[in-house]
Design a protein around this ligand. Sequence first.
Ligand code: NAD
Length: 434
Amino acid sequence: MEICIIGSGYVGLVSGACFAEVGHSVVCVDNDQRKIDMLLRGEIPIYEPGLEELVQRNVAAKRLRFTNSIEDGVDHSEIVFIAVPTPPQSDGSVDLTYIERVAREIAGVLKPGQYRVVVDKSTVPVKTGEKVDATIRRYNPSAEFDVVSNPEFLREGCAVPDLMRPDRIVVGSASNRATDLMKRLYEPFQSPILVTDVNSAELIKHAANSFLSLKISYINAVSAICEASGADIEMVADGIGMDRRIGRNFLNAGLGYGGSCFPKDVKAFIAIAEELGVPFHLLKEVERINASQLDRFLKKVRDALWVLRDKKIGVWGLTFKPDTDDVRNSVAIELVNKLAGEGAQVAVYDPKGMVKAVEYKLLHPSVRLAESPLDAALGAEALLLATEWKEFARQDFAGVKANMHTPLLFDGRNLLNPKIMREIGFDYHAVGRP
Ligand code: NAD
């Protein structure tokens, strides 16, 4: 099938490459000329495992191409995806200006007699589909189209496998013609397709992300009780997670959730519920617990070092999770900046996140970018692990300790083995573990 994706970021580019991989002909559109130029040169603007090869293979096979022209994309495609940003506004509600603009742009290029399915893949508040539909109709009364909601559930860091074999594909549609086309599009993925109305599909995305955030905050709240009682959160999480009704996923205590989705989607769901007159107090507590995790962690660091000013602190991790270069709303960055803000001399290392952290000017000016994990730990009075990259667990910890000034180790993601770390001689602190 011929498809077009408007917005070639984490969602649009990876989706486009995966649709091409299963045999569809895909045009990825973006209005960021720099991004399109990079893609045309064969460079990938984001890091995502497996993406580069996937893009190269499908460009070579002429199933995937890039343009800055929505008209070009819409003209050649029966299905038009919208995958543009839906950032939060200062009150937590969703800024829908990107979506509205794309709806108008699509209306401007739809030709008479040219039926199109306009699919919203961005995460949007319930009832946005109705607005997209009305907007296209207002700007182009003779356009023939249907609006479908098809929320995306990929996880950064494993977006390619997530898209190639999703747990489920949600298609919110009020039109049989559009539903049939969507089913044909997704047939090669051999995953269950749940067909709903448009409003339900939109709601599923916010409800799912808020539930996952709630699960993280739940285990983090339990980790605080573990710290107060001497219990071990890893054992408690295993014990809870072995119950199949609960499951072990998303029961990892740590510094809290971050990234470009969970914080904004929880905020958005709170705002959506508020606007609909049914306040969602539970989610406000989820946010409060999430924010308190970093405070508790920092308190432990302060308790150990007493005064942070002029202390040399090494930090491992900047990205909001491993296997991505995404540093948007990363708790690790917040941690680094709080330490630097209190006068600590922070040296940080991240395998993929340093370029974007610098490019977006996210770091306190005093922060030093280290060349390796060992370099970050050099002469440090404390080492803090903020993102659970596997390569951090594989370090030569005896060597790390030998290069530190004092062997204080704070593991914000419970990545390391406490017993081994203590045997090596670290004064080791984890989250919710004795
Ligand atoms: P992104 O910022 O990585 O990519 C969005 C792209 O859209 C950018 O390249 C931008 O230049 C482009 N764009 C903006 N306006 C445009 C326009 N008028 N015409 C053409 N291109 C335009 O964002 P993302 O992370 O891919 O997220 C997109 C949406 O998907 C958001 O609603 C997000 O909440 C949702 N989502 C994201 C993830 C994730 O893990 N990143 C997962 C599921 C859903």
